[in-house]
Design a protein around this ligand. Structure first.
Ligand SMILES: Cc1cc2nc3c(=O)[nH]c(=O)nc-3n(C[C@H](O)[C@H](O)[C@H](O)COP(=O)(O)OP(=O)(O)OC[C@H]3O[C@@H](n4cnc5c(N)ncnc54)[C@H](O)[C@@H]3O)c2cc1C
Ligand code: SF4
Length: 326
């Protein structure tokens, strides 16, 4: 397939970008690593691409006045992975960013694009007019569903493709959105849309809205975090299964735990079942064993993705063991 012709505009200001996006059929271009593939594969059409790459205010990582961190949405995945402040304080995010695709993709891809990328279901990316494209059936449900979800699927069984999103949700990140109605803040956990709410949208964003920054709240004492990803190939690949863990200890007991799965559901999937087995307890062998059972308690495997069940169990067990040893 070839990419159809389109007009390419470089916005000089955020205001201009928002104005340009109000023309029907416009799309935002950040790093372009997902956008161009979507245009080529006819995932969506666009006759007008609005580049935001010249908006320098959307770049960079800085500390906020309250001790949190602000990351501009145009900051590259490599910059997030290599940032000292992210590595020291928000380790799960640095690790998740370092696991995205290949070095070339991390150099070109941005954090905002990573959160707004389209799903990778092969029917959706192929020539199938499925539910998510406005059609009337899900081809994956009875078809090739080995890379599809265990939770939250009905009526579309995609998994959310982002590695950074589960880590950001686990840290309670907030995003800033600018659009024709002004600027607003939104907890990232409310950004993603389940298929049962709207099968054609992955996020709450309107076509004229731009994610401008991600804000990580300050962390208290006693936090340990990790991100683990299992993929089919050692080279670049999306998560078959992944987990972001942010655990707050009070002495030797778990005070709070945020456990968010990737490769599991159409949105970054918070596993309350795992969190509940940990809070108030020592992170010993018994707790870890219960947590690794709990992660798949409410899973609903499809015909060909049952192998994800032991993957998630083993991954949660190994990551909790390594957090316990720190
Ligand atoms: C071969 C390959 C492997 C990949 N592997 C992984 C992986 O392992 N893990 C992973 O997480 N991702 C992976 N990706 C997905 C993705 O391309 C990158 O993660 C990248 O971060 C996307 O950022 P971008 O700036 O290139 O986005 P773009 O391609 O520019 O944009 C992606 C989408 O988001 C919209 N958008 C971009 N920025 C904004 C914004 N600020 N506000 C609102 N909307 C916006 C665009 O309109 C577009 O629809 C892979 C992609 C490819 C092609
Ligand atoms: S899983 Fe979703 S995107 Fe894939 S074929 Fe089914 S409806 Fe389409």
């Amino acid at each position: 397939m070839v990419i159809p012709n389109f007009t390419h505009l470089r916005a000089k200001s955020l205001k201009e970008a928002v104005e340009q996006l109000s023309s029907k059929g416009s799309r935002i271009h950040a790093g372009g690593t997902d956008l161009l593939g979507c245009l080529r594969d006819e995932v969506f059409e666009s006759n007008r691409i609005v580049s935001i790459t010249q908006l320098e205010e959307l770049r960079g990582i800085s500390e906020t006045a309250d001790g949190g961190v602000r990351i501009g949405s145009l900051t590259t995945i490599t910059e997030v992975a290599n940032s000292k402040i992210i590595q020291e304080r928000y380790r799960a995010l640095a690790k998740a960013a370092s696991e995205v695709g290949s070095p070339q993709l991390r150099n070109q891809g941005t954090l905002g694009g990573n959160l707004c990328q389209k799903p990778r279901c092969w029917y959706y990316r192929g020539e199938f007019h499925c539910l998510r494209k406005g059609g009337d059936m899900c081809y994956a449900y009875q078809g090739e569903n080995q890379y599809h979800c265990l939770f939250g699927g009905d009526p579309c069984y995609i998994v959310h493709p982002s590695d950074t999103a589960p880590a950001l949700v686990a840290f309670d990140a907030i995003i800033r959105i600018s659009g024709s109605g002004g600027t607003s803040l939104l907890p990232l956990k409310k950004f993603f849309v389940l298929p049962a709410e709207n099968v054609e949208k992955e996020t709450v964003l309107e076509p004229t809205e731009i994610v401008t920054e991600v804000i990580l709240p300050p962390l208290g004492q006693g936090i340990r975090s990790a991100y683990r990803k299992v993929r089919a190939r050692q080279s670049w690949d999306f998560a078959l299964a992944g987990v972001a863990l942010v655990v707050k200890f009070n002495g030797d007991r778990v005070d709070q735990a945020h456990v968010v799965l990737s490769g599991a559901a159409p949105i970054p999937w918070r596993s309350k079942e795992v969190e509940e087995t940990m809070v108030g307890r020592r992170l010993d062998a018994e707790t870890i064993s219960k947590a690794s059972e709990a992660v798949v308690r409410n899973a609903q495997p499809l015909k060909k993705n049952g192998y994800k069940i032991p993957l998630f169990r083993g991954m949660v067990e190994e990551e909790l063991l390594s957090i316990a040893k720190e």
